[in-house]
Ligand binder design. Structure first.
Ligand code: CP
Ligand code: NVA
Length: 321
């Protein structure tokens, strides 16, 4: 493993993180190295507080357990502080513009984390803010999740390049970011959705050139039995994302046959791991025996949100002299 020093990621200072592709492939691997390093430090009880005096404002338009808590605990461990803000706590909820909110927050805090519906709102916030803006999930993408996922895959499987990941389920925000990540790291990603639930064309366009450069192979199929053959990693997510609650019944019908079952797990490699960004619904997208079984790494994956995002915070918010 290469040595990382603060100078190694100094060029990321002050940047936004709205999409995984805001990083170059080499920045992504640097951040993952830093995350491994910070995890080791924390496990050994070593204090590391490069963000002393820094504050992160966290705006949530949707619920969150992992993102909220891991960012809040993460910045506290790094010596800083976080403010948890629901939209209705802010004048933003009463119609103050996102630009004015960005200008004002930029004068108080050192970074903004936002989870909301429309990706464009996060883009407008980032454009107006003079401090880093981090995307904590939009309807389009969930880039912080993939940092933790890749950290977990590296821990379990080593190098990402060439690994086979099969994703079963909805072509949603998580899979969009997985596509970015696979393209950046040279993975083999097979996405398997029911007809009508495919990832957006926009994302396929975004990854084309990257995948060519890294040798990534990313394909779409509709048959779960084909998708999981020989996979190193099986990944799924909820069938109805936040904001799609009214479609729940219809989706349960449309996604029949897409549950990750022990039978599907058995078609993957013998040492395959099962991943889920959580929250999970046992008996819908995943069978209880799989998510609670020996191949499941979902809680290690959830823990790694903390370590991966600490690396992100250090890189974007840190100051090195
Ligand atoms: N995976 C994830 O983002 O979880 P939360 O919705 O709990 O933040
Ligand atoms: N696709 C899910 C991810 C939750 C972390 C959602 O958007 O609700």
């Amino acid at each position: 493993m290469k040595m990382t020093t603060p100078n190694t990621y100094q060029h990321l200072q002050g940047k936004d993180f709205l999409n995984l592709t805001d990083l170059t492939p080499s920045d992504l691997s640097l951040l993952l190295e830093l995350a491994h390093d910070l995890k080791k430090k924390q496990k050994s009880g070593e204090l590391y507080t490069p963000l002393k005096g820094k504050t992160l404002a966290m705006i949530f338009d949707k619920p969150s357990t992992r993102t909220r808590i891991s960012f809040e605990v993460g910045i506290i461990q790094l010596g800083g502080a976080a403010l948890h803000l629901q939209r209705d706590d802010l004048q933003l909820g009463r119609g103050e513009s996102v630009e004015d909110t960005a200008h004002v927050l930029s004068r108080y805090v050192d970074g903004i984390l936002i989870r909301t519906f429309h990706h464009e709102l996060v883009e407008s916030l980032a454009q107006a803010a003079t401090i880093p803006v981090i995307n904590g999930l939009t309807d389009l993408v969930h880039p912080c999740q993939i940092l933790a996922d890749f950290l977990t895959i590296q821990e379990k499987k080593g190098d990402l390049a060439g690994l086979k990941l099969a994703y079963l389920g909805d072509g949603n925000n998580v899979v969009h970011s997985l596509m970015h990540g696979a393209a950046m790291t040279g993975m083999e990603l097979t996405i398997c959705t029911p007809q009508g639930y495919e990832p957006l064309a926009q994302i396929w366009e975004e990854i084309g050139e990257l995948a060519e450069q890294t040798g990534a192979e990313i394909q779409l199929v509709h048959d779960p039995y084909i998708a999981v053959q020989g996979a190193d990693v099986l990944y799924t997510d909820v069938w109805a994302s936040m904001g799609q609650e009214e479609e729940k019944q219809k989706r349960q019908k449309d996604f029949e046959g897409f549950q990750v079952t022990p039978t599907l797990m058995a078609l993957a490699k013998e040492d395959a791991i099962f991943m889920h960004c959580l929250p999970a619904y046992r008996g819908l997208e995943v069978a209880t025996e799989v998510i609670d079984g020996s191949q499941s790494v979902v809680f290690q994956q959830a823990e790694n949100r903390l370590h991966a995002q600490k690396a992100l915070l250090v890189a974007l918010l840190g100051k090195y002299r």
